[in-house]
Design a protein around this ligand. Structure first.
Ligand code: PRX
Length: 587
């Protein structure tokens, strides 16, 4: 806020006033922020020229900048030995630190290599690598030479990779020989070889060596070198998302580096080698901001507080949550146990399409209230609105509706690659003149926002609409986490099927537990929301980024086992098998 105020808003005091200013004077706010926070090669002449109803979004026309220069060169001028990346490798205690100077060197070398090998401005390079310095340097090298990068999550199968390479029409792929995660080796180069059988555009594959194991090479493969590492003190931002997802892009790579921070690249899992991994890492790397997903927190709280207490977390200042609604119990645990009650928890709402955080508590504001499980208030430049089912703006508080954003902001998606029509249909046409997020939200009496979940995660039981997250958000002490799925029911329209994971050490009778759970839902929400079936499971099928794969659960409940689809992004496919064996319907 101080920096923004220094950019020409001296008269505007405090977060709230600045937020209001950023919405009512959007163009001058973003123009000043862009001039003050970024280095431009040539200045822009028009700040914004946007028409949401036609899906035409133009920001900073006439302006030219290089994002890799903004992330690297300007920091190398002022603090070359500051640590830019901390690569938290799979084996705890084997972290590697890379300074801004080293990262710039790696990026320039890679950029030159790509250019020498024919990659040109406007080309799209596919990067299929786990989080590691070379992956970040590859992203920045592409940005440096004007190529687009298509970072494919390293958990995706060969088939899913092939589809993305074809869509991007890449002629170049960058990968590693093998990945390492949770103590297991994954065959990434082999997956590339398989994928390329159906990708005729690819002419060259750069292969970095993550492990020492040789892998089969072909004529189009080029082995990359590895680099020397160094150490220096700095501020440490610990975003544990994979770089293959938007959170990794915005908050592990571009955001921290553009701000000259030190960023952690987390290669491992929250429970490898044990459930203390995150907090041991916080202690060892002296992490100041920890940013993770509610699903990991729910998993960890199941193992008990002792894993957290074991480690010194005094460096932590702020705890962030992202990606899905955080239930009250997980929020409280994060705040009370992980943060010792002294670190604000920011439940940040945003999505791939928004580029960065849009609704979030603002803890730097003195005395700012934070309500557990609420994303709270719009961030700079964001004007949220709630819509009713007829497409009318809901103006009152204490109301729920479809979440839209009333005016454009610079980080928003401007199109879908090769399919602008789909972009306008999905985001601009449902509520003409507004950007539609696909999420539902509640605005409290005080005007605070709470995200209730994807609108397609809403079920309709006997004419009552309810977000599955609301049923899942129970505080029953025996339950670690749950997933609620709607299934076709010939009387109620949809029935409620609950998958429930109990906390370790709970071994009460299932029947008794079901009765208690039903009582609680009935008391907290209503009788109609009570699950028709409760299936106690050891774990839920999750993607490697930790999202529950509801689509798979839905298919299992609907007994459509042929329709399970691509399971390659599952962290552990055995979880699905277990659930199928024990399912309650149709037995
Ligand atoms: O439904 C919202 C949920 O995640 C969706 C966006 O997913 P993705 O594009 O993969 O980006 C994830 C990282 C931002 C949203 O449409 N979501 C994200 N953050 C929250 C959330 N739901 C509730 N609370 C949040 N804080």
């Amino acid at each position: 806020v101080k920096r923004l105020q220094a950019a020409g808003f001296e008269g505007v005091c405090g977060h709230s006033a600045l937020q209001e200013f950023s919405v009512s004077n959007s163009a001058s706010f973003w123009a000043a922020a862009a001039r003050q926070r970024l280095n431009w090669i040539s200045p822009f002449h028009t700040t914004q020229d946007c028409d949401l109803s036609r899906g035409e979004i133009k920001w900073f026309e006439g302006g030219k900048l290089n994002v890799s220069v903004n992330c690297l060169d300007r920091h190398v001028h002022t603090c070359p030995e500051r640590v830019a990346l901390i690569w938290e490798r799979d084996e705890p205690g084997s972290e590697v630190k890379i300074t801004y100077r080293q990262l710039l060197e790696m990026t320039c070398r890679l950029g030159n290599m790509l250019r020498r090998r024919g990659v040109r401005k406007g080309d799209c390079v596919t990067i299929y690598m786990p989080p590691c310095p070379l992956a970040v340097a590859s992203m920045l090298a592409c940005a440096r030479i004007g190529a687009a990068h298509n970072v494919v999550f390293a958990g995706f199968s060969a088939e899913a990779l092939a589809e993305r390479i074809r869509d991007a029409q890449s002629s170049t792929v960058i990968t590693v020989n093998q990945g390492v995660r949770g103590g297991k080796v994954t065959e990434l180069k082999k997956a590339v070889d398989t994928a390329l059988q159906s990708c005729p555009t690819v002419q060259q594959v750069f292969v970095a060596m993550r492990t020492e194991n040789p892998v089969a090479m072909t004529a189009r493969d080029i082995v990359m070198e590895e680099y020397v590492f160094n150490y220096s003190d700095g501020d440490v931002f610990g975003c544990v998302a994979d770089i293959g997802w938007i959170t990794g892009h915005s908050y592990s790579v571009y955001g921290p580096l553009a701000n000259g921070g030190t960023t952690v690249l987390f290669e491992s899992t929250p429970i490898y080698p044990d459930p203390g991994r995150y907090w041991e890492m916080v202690q060892r790397l002296k992490i100041n901001q920890f940013y993770g997903a509610p699903t990991a927190l729910r998993l960890l709280l199941k193992y008990g507080d002792q894993w957290v207490h074991k480690y010194d977390r005094s460096t932590l200042k702020t705890l962030g949550s992202v990606g899905e609604p955080i239930n009250t119990e997980a929020w409280e645990w994060y705040h009370r146990v992980v943060g010792d009650g002294r670190c604000p928890v920011v439940d940040t709402w945003w999505q791939t399409e928004t580029g960065g955080i849009c609704i979030t508590p603002r803890p730097s504001e003195p005395d700012a209230e934070i309500v557990p499980g609420m994303a709270m208030r719009p961030f700079f430049g964001i004007e949220p609105v709630l819509m009713d089912t007829e497409g009318k703006v809901l103006t009152s508080n204490d109301t729920s509706g479809a979440l839209c954003i009333a005016q454009p902001w610079p980080g928003m998606a401007r199109t879908i690659h090769n399919d602008h029509q789909r972009f306008t249909e999905t985001y601009c046409q449902p509520y003409p003149g507004y950007f539609f997020t696909g999420d539902g939200a509640y605005r409290s009496k005080e005007g605070y926002y709470q995200i209730t979940g994807r609108l397609d995660d809403v079920i309709n039981v006997s004419g009552h609409r309810i977000g599955t997250a609301e049923i899942e958000d129970n505080q029953y002490s025996a339950v670690a986490e749950s997933a609620i799925i709607g299934y076709p029911h010939n009387i109620k329209g949809q029935g409620v099927y609950a998958f429930v994971v109990l906390k370790k050490g709970v071994n009460a009778q299932e029947e008794e537990l079901s009765r208690q759970l039903n009582n609680m839902v009935s008391k907290k929400i209503a009788k109609y929301a009570c699950p028709d079936f409760i299936q106690f499971v050891h774990r839920l099928p999750k993607t490697r980024s930790g999202k529950i794969m509801r689509r798979v659960l839905r298919k299992v409940v609907e007994q459509d086992l042929n329709g399970l689809g691509d399971l390659s992004t599952l962290d552990d496919p055995a979880a699905v098998e277990e659930i199928i064996q024990e399912k309650k319907i149709g037995q």
